[in-house]
Design a protein around this ligand. Structure first.
Ligand SMILES: *[C@@H]1O[C@H](CO)[C@@H](O)[C@H](O)[C@H]1NC(C)=O
Ligand SMILES: *[C@@H]1O[C@H](CO)[C@@H](O)[C@H](O)[C@H]1NC(C)=O
Ligand SMILES: *[C@@H]1O[C@H](CO)[C@@H](O)[C@H](O)[C@H]1NC(C)=O
Ligand SMILES: *[C@@H]1O[C@H](CO)[C@@H](O)[C@H](O)[C@H]1NC(C)=O
Ligand SMILES: *[C@@H]1O[C@H](CO)[C@@H](O)[C@H](O)[C@H]1NC(C)=O
Length: 665
């Protein structure tokens, strides 16, 4: 048995190595914290500390924030500032339940914040390891129903993941039910004129789960829960974690004798985000539902999930996969596995298993249902493919559909990395393009949340210090038609009249855009050749000079050309990883060098350097770098001049000051 285990591990290790050869997608442009190209508004306040949950009002003008010891409502209707509207302070007074080890987090972390209806909000918090809930008014966060104990509705620990949602005034919730976080439950509370329900407890119904999210599917009248847990059906190695989707039906009233006050419709299936020859990325981190288009079947409801791996070799990588509702439905209507002392196959010939109408079934059927809740087949990602693999560890995801200039709809994903960046990715036919990455906070952050407002065109991110708002795009960052088209951002198009890159939603006709191919020569026919910057450099014999070349795009390929456009041979020159060219100055190399960038088949000259051999021995100074550094050179000239003069008088060796000539040894 042990040797089988070992073989298995070695096999998995080898698969992991194969996985390393995968190509990761690089974001096209990177914006760091405070970059003027991608301004953000922050709401950093001691009152919004440890932001756990975000909830947006239907008109997207108010953001409700669940934080440490408080529920806040923020006015987010103005584009440049975020202000506080109201606040409900909700701190526990009795801190005796917190042991010394837990003193730091002995507070009320809000873990559920949901609309009950248009006028009332429900909040549930860890309340210093003694969960409590409350009902507040939407207008001014005044108390509508006093706080009560809420064991089983939200977790005892502030940082523990849980999920909950209201459907027609009834609360569906998945959390742990005890101080240790060892007793997981999926339940329905506030049931309208019928029994509250919870899960029948067996060792295999839930096995040390981490709850991720939940969503209501109106067409199916089902609530889906997403989580990960120990895969009890896998015997081949200890602690193999699997990701799951589970269902319960809204019309479930529990059984009459068997399964009284218990779900009769609970079923779970495994979600798989893995390509062939690859170590499974088995840990679901977050998943978001994107409803189908207006004219599409509800079966086309999509779920975008992010996955990481439980194995150290691949632990800092992640993948994005998409699942369809129709594949989830197929798994739940198919065959099952039954558990008594071991797993046995249970064909679903009568179609009873996973069925929503079991409430009044016979005890025989309910007894079968009680031990049969794991589907035999798995739910694979669409095409058994991954949409994106990244060297970054993704932790949260949200998504939207965007109508591009040609009327075609694209899915845009917003992915939050553990390192504090927001990746904005667009899904193209057969591939994914990361348009940009924007730094939004400094790691590490244990609490994170993300939400997109499609109507307002902004993404909100909650973290330990507060809330940050990032517009979905900044088209004016792209100064030319070529840059605008190369961005391949479905939000941005080039307006040829006004010569600006604008938001497509501004409804201007005839915007130039090519999200799929970024074909500049096709879109920018009136492309005016911009004059490339030309820099003159005085150089001297045998000097090694470095010519820098920067492209805003990390996807652009940099090459160097002579003035006759033939390629600079790398046998005689050296091109650094950052694209810069190293030239050893001789009479035959003192000439023009053109830096050409190429992206999506479009070439442009980024900069031209003209090296002029300087015959005077003393003119060692050249303006290789930008004009702003000239001042520094002047200071250097004076200083070195003084030293040289002094040295000459001392009959010592010659000394040179070349702070801007990078000497390569
Ligand atoms: C958009 O980019 C332009 C050009 O870089 C910059 O001036 C402006 O501040 C940016 N706006 C936002 C909202 O990021
Ligand atoms: C709460 O926020 C503070 C910083 O404001 C951070 O040090 C602490 O770790 C956070 N607590 C949790 C549970 O994330
Ligand atoms: C909304 O929910 C609150 C709290 O349950 C209740 O008091 C109120 O009557 C409800 N309002 C409507 C319009 O249903
Ligand atoms: C282009 O110029 C370089 C440098 O002067 C020279 O070595 C090369 O032969 C030229 N190529 C052509 C095709 O004229
Ligand atoms: C761009 O479009 C032109 C004209 O349709 C086509 O000839 C060219 O191959 C395209 N370039 C790329 C890189 O797709």
């Amino acid at each position: 048995m042990a040797s089988v285990n070992r073989t298995c591990r070695i096999f998995i290790l080898l698969l992991g190595l194969l996985h390393f050869s995968k190509s990761f997608i690089t974001p096209r442009i990177s914006f760091f914290l405070g970059s003027p190209g991608r301004l953000q508004s922050h709401y950093i306040s001691s009152e919004a500390r440890n932001t756990t949950v975000l909830l947006l009002s239907p008109d997207a003008s108010t953001l409700f924030v669940g934080a440490r010891n408080a529920v806040l409502s923020l006015d987010v209707s103005k584009p440049d500032v975020i202000t506080q509207k109201s606040k409900y302070d909700w701190a526990p007074k009795d801190l005796t339940r917190c042991g010394t080890a837990e003193k730091k987090n002995c507070a009320n972390f809000i873990r559920v914040l949901q609309f009950i209806n248009s006028t009332h909000l429900y909040a549930c918090g860890s309340f210093a390891f003694k969960p409590a809930d409350i009902i507040l008014t939407v207008d001014n966060l005044s108390v509508s129903r006093e706080a009560q104990r809420a064991k089983g509705l939200c977790p005892y620990k502030g940082s523990e993941r849980n999920t909950a949602l209201f459907v027609d005034g009834e609360l569906y919730t998945a959390t742990t039910n005890d101080f240790a976080g060892a007793d997981p439950v999926i339940s329905r509370y506030f049931s309208n004129g019928r029994a509250d329900l919870s899960l029948e407890k067996l060792s295999t119904t839930l096995s040390d789960p981490t709850f991720i999210s939940s969503t209501y599917i109106p067409s199916e009248r089902k609530v889906l829960f997403f989580f990960r847990e120990e895969g009890a059906e896998y015997k081949f190695m200890e602690r193999f974690t699997v990701s799951r989707v589970a269902q319960v039906c809204r019309d479930d009233n529990g059984g009459t004798l068997t399964l009284q006050k218990r779900w009769t419709t609970f079923a779970k299936s495994q979600l798989i985000c893995q390509t062939e020859k690859q170590l499974p990325l088995n840990l679901l981190q977050d998943i978001v539902m994107v409803p189908p288009g207006d004219d599409e079947s509800p079966d086309n409801t999509l779920f975008y999930g992010i996955f990481t791996s439980q194995w150290p070799l691949t632990s800092s990588q992640s993948a994005v996969c998409v699942f369809t509702l129709s594949d989830i439905k197929t798994a739940f209507t198919g065959n099952y596995k039954s558990f008594t002392n071991q797993w046995t196959d249970e064909p679903n010939t009568d179609g009873n298993l996973g069925n929503c109408k079991l409430n009044s079934e016979s005890d025989t059927i309910l007894n079968l249902v009680k031990k049969t809740f794991l589907t035999a087949s798995h739910v694979y990602s669409v095409g058994k493919n991954q949409l994106l693999t990244s060297r970054e560890e993704y932790s949260r995801i949200t998504a939207q559909r965007v109508k591009a200039a040609n009327g075609h709809k694209y899915s845009v994903l917003y992915l939050l990395t553990e390192s504090g960046f927001l990746h904005k990715a667009v899904l193209l036919k057969n591939r994914t393009h990361i348009i940009e990455e924007i730094q939004v906070f400094k790691p590490p952050q244990t609490l994170k949340s993300i939400i997109v407002s499609v109507t307002k065109g902004v993404v909100f991110i909650g973290f330990s210090e507060g809330v940050v708002r990032v517009p979905v795009a900044n088209c004016s960052y792209y100064p030319s038609c070529a840059e605008c088209v190369l961005a391949r951002d479905p939000f941005c198009g080039w307006d040829p009249q006004d010569k600006v890159c604008v938001l497509v939603s501004n409804m201007k006709p005839n915007l130039h855009q090519d999200v799929d191919n970024g074909n500049v020569s096709e879109q920018c026919d009136s492309f005016e050749k911009e004059n490339s910057p030309r820099l003159q450099n005085e150089v001297h014999l045998n000097q090694l000079v470095m010519l820098p070349c920067h492209s805003r795009s990390r996807l652009a390929k940099v090459s160097w050309r002579f003035s006759n456009h033939s390629i600079v041979p790398m046998s005689l020159y050296l091109q650094n990883k950052d694209g810069s060219l190293v030239v050893n100055v001789t009479p035959s190399t003192a000439m023009e060098f053109h830096c050409v960038t190429e992206e999506q088949g479009f070439q442009q000259t980024a900069v031209i350097f003209s090296l002029k051999l300087c015959l005077y021995q003393k003119s060692h100074y050249n303006g290789l770098v930008a004009v702003s550094i000239l001042l520094a050179i002047c200071i250097c000239v004076i200083a070195v001049g003084a030293v040289l003069w002094w040295r000459k008088h001392q009959n010592k060796a010659d000394l040179q000051c070349q702070p801007f000539q990078h000497i390569v040894t």
